[in-house]
Design a protein around this ligand. Structure first.
Ligand code: ZN
Length: 387
């Protein structure tokens, strides 16, 4: 299969021009300007590797009553909604996602991997480790938990090392919910089991997760410049969210109000707007920290699936992220964070043929990320529509 392209962002920050991508089976077999005949002419588009969202909650949807149903429901309707979320995410150009954990995601991951359902490649945690101080368990118990997750088919371990969602009144709700010893145990055992770790962390938890050698820090509000520097020094991947998550809550406040962990009334959601400038400020500092690997993750919850690319716009427009850096954060850098750099994340010979086409140039107009008109994953075309 031959794809003709005028402009290819290769996923590593380079631009290839006037070339052709040759796909054999699920992989990129050659990049050869002379290859013929052309099967897909994408010369009017910007071509790049399928995006990777390093933090989603695919099984999170609104329930039958229209309200936030959370992530763990097991009804037939919830299962169909999860499949729909996967489909919408793929159509939006995301060919791989890292799911932050729920036991119900594993069957979805497996069905997509077997090719019986369309969706992005999924890496998932199974049962997250929710820090509850001493009640979380001894280091030995925590190590046993990690081994159980491995047996249950987890691709990674999701850890909550500080409180839940940021609130305007208490933006970094609570402090550390795991001791340094507990964090050391979970991230060390995960490494021994060849599992990666993603840690929900605010304030002090950022440093603790970094010191523990965990793979990836999520959110990170309250991190100091020194914390950011420490992450860079340890090679910890950092996944802060700029705006899609808060925007989703604000757009759906009636559906979230009064559900577990969320404000009771719609009026109380207005305060969440105050979190946006804090997110932008953190991201601005993060991208200025030399050597810090800032990756793309949206924390997509109910109402955000298929709108993942809005996060690019927040990052570029409001936090000053360079558009090319925004793209690589969801391509080669995210692939590296997921341990899949030799499989996905760039347009290169031997890698999976995950290829998308945008109507527009995201380097000049970042809103082009909304106009994904071509999606190929593993050599299969899932979307090819008129501009
Ligand atoms: Zn999350």
């Amino acid at each position: 299969m031959v794809i003709a392209a005028r402009v290819v962002l290769d996923g590593k920050g380079r631009i290839l021009r006037d070339t052709r991508i040759v796909v054999e089976g699920s992989r990129i077999a050659a990049i050869d300007p002379m290859a013929a005949p052309v099967d897909y002419d994408l010369r009017g588009l910007t071509v790049l590797p399928g995006w990777i969202d390093a933090h989603v909650h695919l099984t999170w949807s609104f329930g039958e009553d229209g309200k936030n149903g959370g992530t763990g429901r097991t009804t037939q309707e919830a299962a169909y909604q999860s499949a729909a979320n996967a489909w919408m995410t793929l159509l939006a150009g995301f060919t791989t996602v890292q799911n932050a954990g729920s036991p119900t995601t594993a069957p979805l991951r497996d069905a997509i991997a077997q090719g019986t359902l369309p969706g992005p490649r999924i890496l998932t945690a199974i049962q997250p480790l929710s820090g509850q101080g001493e009640r979380t368990g001894t280091p030995e118990e925590i190590r046993a938990y990690v081994r159980e997750q491995k047996k249950a088919g987890a691709d990674l371990i999701k850890i909550f090392a500080s409180g839940g969602i940021p609130r305007a009144s208490d933006p970094w709700e609570g402090g550390l919910t795991l001791s340094q010893d507990q964090l050391n145990a979970v991230c060390d055992e995960a490494r021994k089991q060849q599992l990666r770790t993603m840690v929900h962390a605010y304030r002090d938890a950022v440093r603790a997760a970094t010191v523990a050698g965990c793979t990836e820090v999520e959110h990170g509000l309250g991190a100091t410049d020194d914390d950011l520097k420490a992450m860079a020094e340890h090679g910890t991947y950092f996944d802060p969210q700029a705006g899609l998550l808060i925007e989703t809550y604000l757009l759906n406040r009636d559906r979230y109000a009064g559900t577990p962990f969320y404000p009771k009334t719609e009026a109380e959601f207005a305060g969440m707007e105050a979190i946006l400038p804090r997110n932008y400020e953190l991201l601005r500092r993060a991208i200025k920290t030399p050597g810090l690997k800032v990756i793309f993750g949206t924390d997509a919850v109910a109402g955000a699936h298929g709108r993942n690319a809005e996060e690019f716009i927040h990052r570029v427009v409001h936090a000053g992220v360079d558009p090319m850096a925004a793209m690589t954060s969801a391509n080669s850098l995210a692939a590296e964070a997921l341990g899949l750099a030799n499989q996905i994340g760039s347009i290169a010979v031997g890698l999976q043929a995950d290829i998308i086409g945008l109507d527009g140039d995201p380097l000049r107009d970042i809103t082009a990320v909304r106009r994904v008109v071509f999606v190929m994953k593993g050599g299969v075309v899932y979307k090819n529509v008129a501009r």
